[in-house]
Structures are given as structure tokens and as C-alpha cells.
Design a protein around this ligand. Structure first.
Ligand code: PEP
Ligand code: MG
Length: 583
């Protein structure tokens, strides 16, 4: 076997991990099997299987309806064959019998029964019949997917710690992972700001994305090294490489420890300019690290993760309890709760939304909430109720113009009146802000600033939309340039407009957590930076070595340059004055 086989990708989350591959292959779901012991377990398993059959049938019937609209006869015939296979009494009875007699889980019973049938067909001396094995494969996969509950579910019941290798992971996949087992992620697709990358950072796990075809190069159980510092993956490492990386890992982890001395120091420049450093969170499990890393509150709570991967929408009370917990935990520091930002690469399973050709520019975030007002109102009620337990702010994503803000305020007022009528407590002066992440909002920042209490710049989307670069498409990731002069001009306009109107401006996209960018963000006069907690101390260390005065002079120079490349060169020179080796 080839040793030290190396692949290069994009660093999505820093750190080093060494472990065994767990390959998540959509077409070959990896399932860990289990034995059944009681009659109840057996009955439950049979019911589970029957339900999967029903779900598969319903999906196929709906698919058939879709293709019939397109008058695609061939496809209809194929789907009919699959529906018939699901009704095949011999096969289905055989699976149920296997569950009962062998006391195995439904997935294994299915696998064994199908294998028998496949073998039988392959022995028939008829090409047409032999071809039918592909239909059986298809039905097996569909049933397996439905058995696991969701199409994209990953079940890792392994005893070892693992490194997940996948073509792509949706946020729905990642919220289901058992974080105690997983050491890191390696992904074919994606860029630095894909949601998988964000989740990996939130979970403090090294991740390399944009690896193109790593899923075809490894198998479950292979030893692998994730070098989340250089964006490199080493498959089948030699013992020397393993030794070298074990040492590097120790050094890396030591530097991490060293950074902790900055934990309780203020994020203040040498000449006394103070920037607030806050944390981005997605899931409640991250709360303890918000405190551990000394964040001054939560600048972005991405609530959509609460809506993913479940059959029903979260109720008002469920949301209220969660938001209350967060508000209490960080009090007196603030938590900025962002309303549901669904769509794009984050989907909800409860709602049967129409498929969109261009979902990132479609019915997502605030557009969705303004259409599904009752879902929106439920969330607003929960946030408002939680506001009496701490310092809560509300933030709205994907605002593109003034009318959306006015509509939001009208709905918010209705909700406040309702709560008042019900004598439910909330913060009457709750601050409301918008995410500035659509170029139109950045352009009319002066008009928007009059409408709200604060801005938070979402650079992930702002860069995506202003440079027309899909943030999860690795083919164009080289064009995703935070230092592009167009982006910097937009940032300057947003920050100046906010300040002219006397409102605070924060930044919560990934750009806010990049230490290299600090001379620019400081020079532009940003008030707050909200980032993944892992970046917090590194950013603070750099900020504390800079001066506001120098950064202001530096920014004047930056705006004379015409390309991201030129800007990066002067930026590195500037930061090298204080940190000669790191950047
Ligand atoms: C952003 O767009 O920068 C942002 C913070 O929001 P999200 O990454 O959740 O789209
Ligand atoms: Mg965004």
C-alpha cells in the first residue's frame, strides 16, 4: 500500500487530528448493527421496518407523480417496478421473518434477505433478469435511508474515535453527530465559510474541506492525519510521519494553552482603543466554551440549528427555555439572537418547500419568515419572553431593503402587544438590529441605520453576493476574497454610515475571526467582532499589539491599492512588524 499519500484542501477549522477514517457514503450507508433481546424490541423493529416501507412507497408515488407531469414514460415504468418490489410479499415477509427469528435489526435483516435474492437473480441465465439486481440495489438503499430516519443521517456507533470523511455534510448531518467520537472532518466539497466548516470550528475539531474526491480515496478504518494548519491530509501515513505529526500536535496544543493567558485581558489596542470580542454559537453545547474563552457575550446565535433534523417545528416554550438558558448563562453580557436563517444550505425537514433552482438567492432567511409569519411570530414570542432573563438583542438576517425592516417592526409590535395582553414579561426596550450581508443593504446602510439599533456585518454572505462567488463551491473558492477592494469599500460605507447615525456596528462573518485582518478592521473603526470561540484569543493577542492610530494611517494606504493580492501583501508586511514569523 502506498505510504504518505497526500491530499491538499482548504483549512476549515484549525488543529491536528490523527485517527481512523469513518467514510460517510450516501450510497453505501455505514450502519452499525445490533441484536434484539426482548419481544418488545422485536415488535418495535418490525414496526420500524414497516414504516420505512410505507415511507419509501409514498416517496416513490410522489416521484412518479412528478415524472408523469414531465411525460417521462420510461421513468414511470422504472418507478412502478420499484413500487412493485416494495410490495413483493416474499421479500418483505422474509425480512420480517429474519428480524423475528435471528433477532437482528431491520437494516441487517434487509441486507441479508436482499443479498439472497441478488445471488439468486445473478444465477439466472437471462440478461434481463440479471439486470434487475440494480432495481433491488435501489430499493435497498431507499429503505435503508428511510430506516435511518433521514436521508442524510449518519450513524456512528463506533467504539473508536473517528475522522469523518464525506462528500458533503449538511448542517442537519452535523447536528446529529456524537461529538465525543469524532476527531475531525474531511470533506470533498465546500469552502471556508460553508456551514460544515462553521460547525467544525464551533465543535473545536480540525477540518479540511474542498478535497474534491477524498471519499473515493479512502475507506472506513484507514489511518489518516488531518493537518488543519496547512490544509493537508495524509492517507496511510508512515511511522515517521505519524511520529512527526504526534509531536506537531503536542506543540500546537501547547500554543493553544499559552493563548489562555489572554483570556481575562481586555481586547484593547496599545493606545487604548477598545473593541468588544464576542462569540458565535450554533448549539447550546457551545455555551461553556463561550465562557471558557472569555467572550464578552454572544454576537451571533444561529437559531436555525434548532429547526433542523426533526419532525416538528420547535414550540414557543421549547425555544423560550433555550434562549432563557443562553441569556442567563452569559448575563450581564448580551446575547444577540438571530431569527431563523433557513434556506440556502440549511433545510428544514418539516416543511415541504418547493425546490428552488437558486436557493441561496431564494426564499431564505427573513424572506421565509415574512412569508411564514406564524413560524416567525412563535420565535419572536420566545425571544421576547427570554429577554426578561438577561440582555437579549434580536437580529434579522438577509435584509435587502427598508421595507423588510418596516414589515418586521410591524410584526414585532403585534407580538409585543399580544404578550402585554397576556401579561407576559419581556424587555420593552429590546434592541433590534439587522445583518448587513446583502450588497443592497450595504449600499443603503445610511438609510437602514436610521431604522435599527445596531448593524452586524455578515461577511460570509456579503462576500458571496458582492463577488458572485458561491461560498460552498470549491471551484471558485480562489475568487472568494475578503480583501477585494469592492468588499473593503462596502465595509467602509457600512461602518461609516452606522457611526454617522450613532449606532453600533459589529461583524459576525468569518472575516471577524481572522487575526491577519485586524489592522484593517481596526482601521475601519469596527466596534465589535463576533467569531467562533477558537479564534477569540488569537484575535485578542493581535489587537493588543496594534495601535488605532497606526491602523488608521494604514487603512488610507490600503484604499489606494487596486487588488486583493496587493492589499494582502501590505497587510502581511504591516502585521509582520509585530509578529515576524506567524503570518
Ligand atoms: C454571514 O453571512 O456572514 C453570517 C454570519 O451568517 P451565516 O454564515 O449564518 O449565513
Ligand atoms: Mg449569512
Amino acid at each position: 500500500m502506498e505510504k504518505n499519500y497526500l491530499l491538499k484542501g482548504i483549512v476549515a477549522s484549525p488543529g491536528i487530528a490523527i485517527g481512523k477514517v469513518f467514510l460517510v457514503d450516501r450510497d453505501h450507508l455505514e450502519l452499525s448493527h445490533y441484536n434484539l433481546t426482548t419481544d418488545e424490541e422485536i415488535d418495535f423493529e418490525i414496526e420500524r421496518f414497516k414504516k420505512a416501507v410505507e415511507e419509501s412507497r409514498a416517496q416513490l408515488l410522489s416521484a412518479k407523480k412528478d415524472v408523469s407531469k414531465k411525460k417521462f414514460k420510461e421513468a414511470q415504468y422504472i418507478i412502478d417496478t420499484h413500487i412493485l418490489l416494495l410490495q413483493d410479499k416474499v421479500l418483505m415477509d422474509n425480512i420480517i421473518k429474519t428480524i423475528k427469528q435471528e433477532k437482528v435489526d431491520a437494516a441487517l435483516a434487509l441486507k441479508n434477505s436482499v443479498e439472497g435474492l441478488r445471488k439468486h437473480l445473478s444465477e439466472i441465465n437471462d440478461e434481463y433478469m440479471r439486470e434487475r439486481t440494480s432495481d433491488i440495489d435501489y430499493i435497498e438503499k431507499r429503505l435503508l435511508r428511510n430506516l435511518t430516519g433521514r436521508k442524510s443521517d449518519i450513524i456512528t456507533k463506533s467504539k473508536e474515535t473517528i475522522i469523518i470523511v464525506a462528500n458533503d455534510l449538511s448542517p442537519a448531518d452535523t447536528v446529529n453527530l456524537n461529538v465525543n467520537e469524532v476527531l475531525g472532518f474531511l470533506i470533498d466539497c465546500g469552502g471556508k465559510t460553508s456551514h460544515t466548516a462553521i460547525i467544525a470550528r464551533a465543535l473545536k475539531m480540525p477540518a479540511v474541506v474542498g478535497l474534491k474526491d477524498i471519499t473515493r480515496r479512502v475507506k472506513t478504518g484507514d489511518t489518516i492525519i488531518v493537518d488543519g494548519i496547512h490544509g493537508v491530509v495524509i492517507i496511510h501515513p508512515s511511522s515517521e510521519k505519524l511520529l512527526q505529526y504526534n509531536q506537531q500536535k503536542i506543540q500546537y496544543d501547547e500554543l493553544e494553552m499559552e493563548l489562555f493567558k489572554y483570556r481575562d485581558l481586555p481586547a484593547e489596542t496599545e493606545d487604548g482603543f477598545r473593541i468588544k470580542l464576542l462569540a458565535n454559537i450554533e448549539i447550546i453545547e457551545e455555551l461553556s466554551s463561550v465562557v471558557d474563552y472569555g467572550a464578552e457575550g454572544i454576537g451571533l446565535y444561529r437559531t436555525e440549528f434548532l429547526y433542523l433534523n426533526r419532525k416538528e417545528l420547535p414550540s414557543e416554550d421549547e425555544q423560550f427555555e433555550l434562549y432563557k438558558k443562553v441569556a442567563e448563562k452569559v448575563f450581564p453580557n448580551p446575547v444577540t439572537i438571530r431569527t431563523l436563517d433557513i434556506g440556502g444550505d440549511k433545510f428544514m425537514s418539516q416543511l415541504d418547500l418547493a425546490e428552488e433552482i437558486n436557493p441561496v438567492m431564494g426564499l431564505r432567511a427573513i424572506r421565509f419568515c415574512l412569508k411564514e409569519v406564524s413560524i416567525f411570530k412563535t420565535q419572536l414570542r420566545a425571544i421576547l419572553r427570554a429577554s426578561s432573563y438577561g440582555t437579549v438583542k434580536i437580529m434579522f438576517p438577509m435584509i435587502s431593503g427598508i421595507e423588510e425592516v418596516r414589515q418586521i417592526k410591524k410584526i414585532l409590535n403585534e407580538v409585543k402587544q399580544e404578550l402585554k395582553g397576556e401579561k407576559k414579561a419581556f424587555d420593552q426596550d429590546i434592541q433590534i438590529g439587522i445583518m448587513v450581508e446583502v450588497p443592497s443593504a450595504g449600499t443603503i446602510a445610511d438609510l437602514l441605520a436610521r431604522e435599527v439599533d445596531f448593524f452586524s456585518i455578515g461577511t460570509n454572505d456579503l462576500i458571496q453576493y458582492s463577488l458572485a462567488i458561491d461560498r460552498v463551491n470549491e471551484q471558485v473558492s480562489y475568487l472568494y476574497e475578503p480583501l477585494h477592494p469592492a468588499v473593503l469599500r462596502l465595509l467602509r460605507n457600512i461602518i461609516n454610515s452606522a457611526h454617522d447615525c450613532g449606532i453600533t456596528v459589529s461583524m459576525c462573518g468569518e472575516m471577524a475571526g481572522e487575526p491577519l485582518y485586524m489592522p484593517i478592521l481596526l482601521g475601519l473603526g469596527i466596534d465589535e467582532l463576533s467569531m467562533n470561540v477558537m479564534a477569540l484569543l488569537r484575535v485578542k493577542r493581535v489587537l493588543r499589539s496594534l495601535t488605532y492610530k497606526d491602523s488608521q494611517n494604514f487603512i488610507d494606504e490600503v484604499f489606494k491599492l487596486s487588488t486583493a493580492q496587493e492589499i494582502e501583501t501590505v497587510l502581511k508586511k504591516e502585521i509582520n512588524k509585530k509578529f515576524p514569523v506567524e503570518f
